[in-house]
Design a protein around this ligand. Structure first.
Ligand SMILES: Nc1ncnc2c1ncn2[C@@H]1O[C@H](COP(=O)(O)OP(=O)(O)O)[C@@H](O)[C@H]1O
Ligand SMILES: [Mg+2]
Length: 304
């Protein structure tokens, strides 16, 4: 890592992409991602996450704007960019009769590591993804989640300065997801820069140092989970059955089927409401506002 550089790893300025038929997938996205952080692009299907990552990893030309990774321009100097990055594309799965070991080990060799280092890195990454026991099994005879984990292991093994993972945990079970999160956090602690995408709020909250909420090709907000939650002027959410409440008493209510989510500003209000419900024998649940509450509110309740 270049000590003279500022701590910024990735700079995107005004990135726009218009596909055929005037589909505006990105509308001038600007973002800075820091070295050594896990940064998440959080947004619904079609928000532009994959488009953004594909431009960064030099697979796709933007219609306007540009980006640099570790000081290298993705448009002017794509070869230099490629040397510093490794990517897990969306929906990509290991296939054919390659084994997880083949993926991880040969990926390292191809990136210029010597054999001993490649072996060490491949072993480390396969163990982190709980793939060590099946490292010699052909990928074609694996489950979807296992194929996915084999590819993630290869990217982890690569030792690239910047690792990009497009919905890495889609199709993984709870344990698989946690392993990916742990591995990503460990790599970031070693100074790697991690950028991943997800549409899952809990994942974004669990794994990110900072995250960007994007919707319809635009940046909605960026910050830590705590910073983003603070943008919502409420502290608690209380879930109650619809017919137990005088709605006119509350200023902020979201309806989910026959339940209401009531947003409250203070501890006292939350305690009073839950107390009133419990005295009536009605179940009511109070919890701090979630990233999802912030997301829905900041995106104007209007998701792509
Ligand atoms: N190759 C393509 N050609 C035309 N439209 C595309 C193409 N790829 C993506 N899109 C459109 O661009 C928008 C953003 O897509 P994408 O970046 O894949 O979003 P996300 O990854 O957030 O789900 C969507 O409306 C999608 O249909
Ligand atoms: Mg996508």
């Amino acid at each position: 890592m270049n000590q003279h550089n500022s701590e910024v790893a990735i700079v995107a300025k005004g990135l726009s992409k218009t596909y055929e038929k005037k589909v505006e997938a990105l509308k001038g996205m600007s973002l800075e991602i820091r070295k050594g952080e896990v940064f998440t692009l959080l947004g619904p299907n079609g928000a532009g996450k994959t488009t953004f990552l594909r431009i960064l990893c030099t697979q796709l030309m933007p219609t306007a704007g540009g980006a640099t990774i570790l000081g290298n321009d993705v448009l002017k100097n794509p070869e230099a960019v490629r040397e510093t990055i490794a990517m897990v594309p969306q929906d990509a799965m290991a296939y054919a009769n390659f084994t997880p070991w083949d993926y991880a080990y040969y990926f390292c060799l191809l990136r210029g590591m010597d054999k001993a280092t490649s072996k060490k890195k491949a072993e480390e990454a396969l163990k982190a993804m709980l793939m060590w026991e099946m490292k010699d099994k052909p990928c074609q005879s694996m489950s979807g989640g296992e194929k996915r984990r084999a590819l993630i292991a290869a990217t982890l093994a690569s030792d690239a300065q910047v690792m990009m993972l497009d919905e890495p945990t889609s199709g993984l079970d709870a344990i698989g997801r946690r392993n990916v999160w742990s591995a990503l956090r460990e790599r970031a602690a070693q100074g790697k820069t991690i950028i991943l995408t997800t549409h899952m709020m809990d994942e974004a909250e669990m794994v990110s140092d900072r995250l960007a909420i994007i919707n319809k090709g635009e940046l909605v907000t960026v910050g830590t989970t705590a910073e983003i939650k603070k943008k919502v002027p409420f502290k608690y959410r209380v879930i109650v059955p619809e017919d137990e409440i005088d709605k006119s008493q509350f200023s902020e209510i979201t309806k989910i089927g026959d339940r209401l989510v009531i947003y409250l500003k203070t501890d006292e209000e939350a305690i009073r409401l839950v107390g009133n419900m419990l005295r009536k024998g009605v179940q009511a649940e109070a919890a701090p506002v979630t990233l999802e509450d912030a997301f829905v509110r900041l995106a104007g309740g209007e998701l792509a």
